[in-house]
Write a protein that binds this ligand. Structure first.
Ligand code: ATP
Length: 438
């Protein structure tokens, strides 16, 4: 029997219990909308990053970039973030509870206290402002970036002139972004500090609509590769009145989270808005010389942008299952092996078999370079459950017969089926089962 009774509360509890995610500064009461990632969370994030990079690299020529988090005011003036990057905010006059005005019905009473007296709706800029150095004054104002993309645009000339790249090519960046969300909510879905994976694809305008379509196809296929359920993913094209100030066309990749269909990734045709804006504002021409026409033009940009935390949450929600095995309920994360934080666990049946199993564990880690765990404490059933709950695809057990037949038992997480294999065949078995590159 199997069910997928996943709720946000269950995911939050599992993440804390097993060291995926903790509320930041928890011992001081917690910081709202900010999370820390524990050992297993870091491994899952690492798998998200590496599979994303593998996937975007398939599109064409891609170079990597890692920009600074702090940026001067001029950058955000030129990009339009200072005037446009805001959400409408409203307060309840009675209980002072604050809401995003587009999140609630202002004709109804405050969901918190039941009164119906609202302040005016005001625009609230989502950028975190800070100051560089000790001197006060406008010259030292700086902002934490609300997206990674702008650092790519302002470095476009540097990148193209110091690398052997020609249009069309892409710049990929993975890094932190910060948004002072009015109401952070739904765990990792809407937070104030997060990590984005962004690709800016620079091409000629005539080729840009095809590139946009091709990126949509590639990004859709990425989610199949990493194992998200196909029926929980959909592509939604933005209506004209929904488009951001810079966008000619946008398609969201949406995922059906436990709280409904929501944006997981945005794919935007940004035209040449950003390069044009930064050229005008900085006085440095960011155009590219075209050998064919002997003239300079501004490349067009297609952007794909996804938050690691949102994808992390989608992966956990998708993989979470509760079923009953041998009359005992278990929680299992049916993660694609590519994404599983721990690929294999090595479990001696009793303390007596510790030494040979520990040796196998070390050998496998050394040979395959995979993440693995050695666990000798508690009943074997409990140890299997512990591994199921964190999504470990394979568990190997060394038992009383192992010394004589030179075999171990391997148990499959999803089916719980067990088979006996020779110890010398374990590395090859893992390689095949996890489809590791040799
Ligand atoms: P939303 O409408 O949900 O606020 P957005 O349209 O503002 O999202 P983009 O500016 O397109 O988001 O950002 C690109 C991606 O970055 C999003 O698809 C999402 O995965 C991630 N992201 C944006 N804001 C947040 C946030 N506050 N917390 C977590 N991830 C975020």
């Amino acid at each position: 029997m199997s069910s997928t009774a996943v709720t946000l509360d269950k995911l939050v509890a599992l993440c804390k219990r097993r060291g995926f995610v903790y509320q930041s500064a928890e011992i001081y009461g917690g910081l709202n909308g900010v999370y820390d990632f524990g050992p297993l969370g870091v491994l899952l994030k690492e798998n998200i990053r590496s599979t994303w990079l593998d996937s975007v690299n398939k599109f064409g020529e891609i170079v990597l970039f890692d920009g600074a988090i702090l940026g001067p005011e001029e950058v955000w003036q030129a990009s339009g973030h200072i005037s446009n990057f805001s959400d409408p905010m409203v307060d309840c006059m009675q209980c002072k509870h604050r809401y995003r005005a587009d999140d609630i019905d202002l004709n109804k009473a405050c969901p918190h206290c039941g009164n119906k007296q609202w302040t005016e709706v005001r625009q609230f800029n989502l950028m975190f402002k800070t100051q560089l150095g000790a001197a006060s004054g406008a010259s030292s104002d700086a902002y934490l970036r609300p997206e990674t993309a702008q650092s790519i645009f302002i470095n476009f000339k540097n990148i193209i002139s110091t690398n052997r790249v020609k249009i069309p090519f892409g710049v990929a960046q993975i890094g932190k972004a910060f948004r002072n969300e009015i109401t952070p909510k739904q765990f990792l879905f809407r937070v104030r500090e997060f990590e984005q994976m962004e690709i800016e694809w620079f091409c000629k305008d005539a080729e840009s609509l095809k590139a946009f379509e091709d990126w949509c196809t590639l990004r859709r296929s990425y989610y199949d590769t990493i194992g998200l359920s196909a029926d929980k993913i959909r592509m939604r094209q933005h209506a004209k009145d929904e488009l951001s100030h810079y966008s000619r066309q946008t398609t969201d990749v949406e995922y059906e989270f436990p709280f409904g269909w929501k944006e997981l990734e945005g794919i935007a045709h940004r035209g040449n808005y950003d390069l044009t804006q930064h050229s005008k504002s900085s006085g440095k021409d960011l155009g590219v010389f075209d050998e064919e026409t002997k003239s300079t033009y501004m490349p067009t940009v297609v952007e794909c942008s996804v938050g690691i935390g949102r994808l992390f949450l989608a992966l956990l929600a998708d993989a979470y299952c509760e079923d009953v095995v041998e009359n005992e309920p278990r929680t299992v994360l049916k993660l694609n092996p590519l994404m599983a934080p721990i690929k294999a666990a090595f479990l001696p049946l009793t303390k007596k078999q510790q030494e040979p199993m520990e040796k196998l564990y070390r050998d496998i880690k050394k040979t395959l370079g995979i993440t693995a765990q050695f666990d000798e404490s508690g009943s074997i059933g409990k140890r299997y459950r512990r591994q199921d709950e964190i999504g470990t695809p394979l568990c190997f057990t060394y038992d009383y017969d192992s010394e004589n037949d030179h075999c171990v038992t391997v148990r499959n997480r999803d089916t719980t089926q067990q088979e006996r294999i020779n110890i010398d065949a374990v590395a090859e078995y893992i390689r095949k089962a996890l489809r590791l590159r040799t």
